[in-house]
Design a protein around this ligand. Structure first.
Ligand code: DGJ
Length: 736
């Protein structure tokens, strides 16, 4: 029997089981502010009744009398063949239909949540589905997944096997979702749900967040608002291909389905095997899109993201500074520079490895994780000694799931790569990159050993950047049998998760960055194994305002790596002043991605000051509540957001001009999330102006700031000739 891990970091207390009475019954699960209700009647189809504001027991009991007629809570294919289904199978005798009814249910108390499990059985076949709901006691998140068991004598083929289904009452419902590309991830799209089916599908095989994202929000009261209105958010927590469908048919409900993508992924479930689908997490809030974001951030920090109770270090990454031209002198100089600016960690990126086939360009050595002694005569030991001398921690880049055909690994194990039989090998980056077949347990061991060997030899390594720069382009496993080739997309990710689980079990304190050609793997399925993610390979500060905005819908600032980089920017060639670059990077986990040698002493001082200021606001940014205020996607010429501590005693407000026109009118931005009764003193951070802002050092009530905001000047008070089109502000608010 194989099972998906379901949040393996979640502490599960000895479960308390409550067996349920089995007459017709409305059953609800609740979080502090939300409830989900089902009609669980033995022998009948399981019905979904409600998801929204928390309900009391009396109202739960009355849902049908109020005119709420249940939709199937987990629609299956067959008897109403025209309807959309979450589950579709083919039995060994060829029968394509299912007809599931309730057998019973149980409620299990975990340390921080209650789990409701409803057991369904086919009316004819020994085929079982357990529909599961986990409602957290302290955050407004309900997770859904299913456990599909084949009790039949022969194999059953799973054709479609969604994790979750959610009917949403029709009205003026808008959907917010994300599309993108390399260097342009997390672009927001918002539109009303219209008749037809809207599908978000990821088929990359490896990087499931580059071109689309596995998360959506539904605004129930018309066009989405940041801080008001009812919103449902959903996130599939999975590392592989997924499919999200919003179906608007003739019924009174929009129907949302989320699950593993069925594209060429038929799964053969043997007798007595259980297939556990990945969790889809839901949240409901009356505080708009930002309200749902805050719920996901809290849940993520508490239950999902690795080591989320620890502040993240300020680092310098070598990639944009030296690219593959790693050498000892530059590494030492970069360590010294980041240390001198107040940073805490240096990360050596791609290019340090390869013995027989040194990695001079990106066409060799992936898989051969042996140091290139020509570039680094004193090896990793030498770098670790240097880091110790400089007083910074040391991190290193790897891409463990990949190989190049120009590598010792490929010479030895050509059978370990993903490849369709009888076809020429298709390659990726550098014309030689190939993906290792993680369905193969030997490859799983190898991937584990890449980290394990490094950490065994060099236990002082503090940080690993785990990259993945290719999709599956040769659909074929040299390990799986001919009749199970359609398992590849799924078994790859089972193998990957197994390796990641072993790594996390052995190295829980190691900081690991989730990177995949930038933000290609930003999904809650990954983050239990990772401490943070690389948001995008695009470090252009203006484009980052947009990408970080989109990413913040579901992912907290503590995990969002944001680096100050060169001007002109290496991706867009845009020249953005250092002030704007530091301010944007300070919205997330601050770092640098630059050769510091190119910075003047004045610029270095500015970075030193920004790093010092960031250390003061780090707990607010990394553990605070996000309030998005003005979206850059609305094209009003300005973007603004803020973080507020849970106690509402401190906040950081950010304001970015996104366009520059003469005599342009920009909206004044009311703040949010403050305590109306408290008075806050305002201090500008990263100031470059000659004279302070009019409100510098002054105090204002939270009420005033939330009703009116502050009038932010459109430009900076700088010397003539230094003035430019860019303006940005970071304000610290401290309650008296
Ligand atoms: C892609 C990553 O996103 C970059 O940051 C960098 O690590 C390169 N790969 C290295 O090859």
């Amino acid at each position: 029997m194989f099972r998906y891990s379901k949040g393996f970091i979640l502490p599960v207390l000895a479960a308390t089981m409550m067996t349920a009475p089995m007459s017709a019954e409305n059953v609800s699960v609740s979080t502090p502010k939300t409830s989900l209700a089902l009609d669980i009647t033995k022998g009948e189809t399981l019905k979904f009744l409600y998801y929204g504001d928390r309900l009391n027991a009396a109202d739960v009991a009355q849902l049908q009398s109020a005119g709420t007629f249940g939709k199937d809570a987990y629609p299956v294919y067959g008897l109403s063949a025209e309807a959309q289904a979450a589950l579709s199978v083919q039995h060994a005798d060829g029968n394509l239909t299912l007809d599931m009814s309730v057998e019973g249910f149980e409620q299990v108390a975990e340390a921080n949540a209650k789990v409701l499990k409803v057991q369904l059985k086919d009316r004819v076949y020994p085929f079982y589905v357990t529909v599961c709901y986990r409602a957290y006691n302290d955050v407004d998140i309900i997770e859904m997944w299913t456990e599909i068991k084949n009790g039949e004598k022969q194999t059953v083929t799973l054709k479609q096997f969604d994790s979750a289904y959610m009917p949403i009452r029709r009205g003026d419902v808008w959907m917010s979702h994300f599309y993108g590309a390399w260097a342009n991830e997390a672009q927001l799209s918002e539109e009303p749900l219209k008749p037809g089916t809207f599908v978000i599908e990821n088929r990359d095989g490896v990087r499931n967040a580059q071109t689309s994202r596995g998360e959506v929000m539904f605004s129930l009261d018309g066009k989405a608002q940041e801080n008001s209105g009812r919103v449902i958010g959903a996130a599939i927590c999975y590392t592989g291909n997924y499919k999200l469908r919003a179906v608007t048919d003739e019924s009174e409900y929009h129907q949302f389905f989320a699950g593993i993508d069925d594209y060429n992924s038929e799964y053969h479930l043997k007798k007595n095997e259980t297939f556990v689908t990945p969790v889809t997490a839901f949240s409901y809030s009356k505080e708009g899109l930002s309200g749902v974001s805050r719920n996901f951030h809290r849940w993520g920090r508490k239950y999902k993201l690795a080591n989320a109770d620890r502040e993240r270090k300020i680092l310098l990454n070598s990639w944009e500074g030296v690219y593959l031209n790693i050498n000892e002198k530059d590494m030492a100089q970069m360590m010294a520079d980041i240390k001198s600016m107040g940073g805490e960690l240096f990360v050596m990126d791609d290019g340090w490895f390869g013995e027989k086939y040194p990695r001079k360009t990106d066409n060799s050595a992936l898989g051969d994780w042996k140091v290139d002694r020509e570039k680094l005569p004193n090896g990793i030991e030498g770098l670790l000694d240097e880091a110790k001398k400089q007083g910074v921690k040391f991190g290193i880049w790897i891409e463990p799931e990949m190989s190049n055909t120009k590598s010792e690994l490929y010479d030895k194990h050509p059978d370990w790569v993903i490849k369709a039989p009888k076809r020429e090998l298709r390659t990726g980056r550098g014309g030689t990159q190939v993906v290792l077949d993680l369905a193969n347990p030997k490859v799983q061991d190898f991937v584990f050993s890449v980290v394990d060997d490094l950490m065994t030899k060099y236990p002082e390594i503090d940080y690993i950047k785990w990259d993945a720069n290719m999709h599956i382009s040769n659909h074929g496993s040299q390990y799986l049998t001919a009749d199970n080739q359609s398992h590849l997309y799924i078994d790859y990710h089972r193998g990957l998760e197994k390796a990641l689980q072993r790594i996390r079990a052995k190295y829980p304190d190691l900081t690991i960055q989730d990177c995949a050609s930038g933000g290609g793997r930003v999904n809650w399925g990954y983050l239990p194994y990772f401490d943070e993610f690389w948001t995008s390979d695009n470090t252009d500060a203006l484009q980052r305002v947009y990408m970080q905005w989109g990413t913040s819908y579901f992912f907290p600032a503590i995990a969002m790596a944001a680096h100050i980089s060169n001007a002109p920017n290496h991706q867009t060639a845009r020249t953005v002043p250092l002030k704007f670059r530091t301010d944007v990077a300070m919205c997330g986990r601050l770092g640098m991605e630059i050769q510091p040698k190119v910075l003047s002493d004045v610029d270095k001082d500015q970075c030193r000051k920004a790093i010092a200021d960031y250390k003061c606001i780090r707990p607010i940014v990394q553990f605070g509540d996000l309030y998005r205020l003005q979206s850059p996607f609305e094209k009003k010429g300005v973007a603004s957001l803020m973080y507020v501590t849970e106690a509402k005693d401190k906040a950081v407000f950010y304001w970015f001009k996104t366009e520059a026109f003469c005599n342009q009118h920009l909206p004044r931005i009311p703040m949010a999330g403050l305590d109306p009764q408290k008075r806050y003193r305002v201090t500008e951070l990263n100031r470059i102006d000659h004279s302070p802002l009019s409100f510098e050092g002054k105090t204002f009530s939270g009420e005033y700031l939330m009703q009116n905001g502050l009038e932010i000047p459109y430009g900076h008070n700088a010397d003539w000739g230094k003035a430019n089109e860019w303006a940005s502000r970071v304000l610290l608010l401290e309650a008296l």
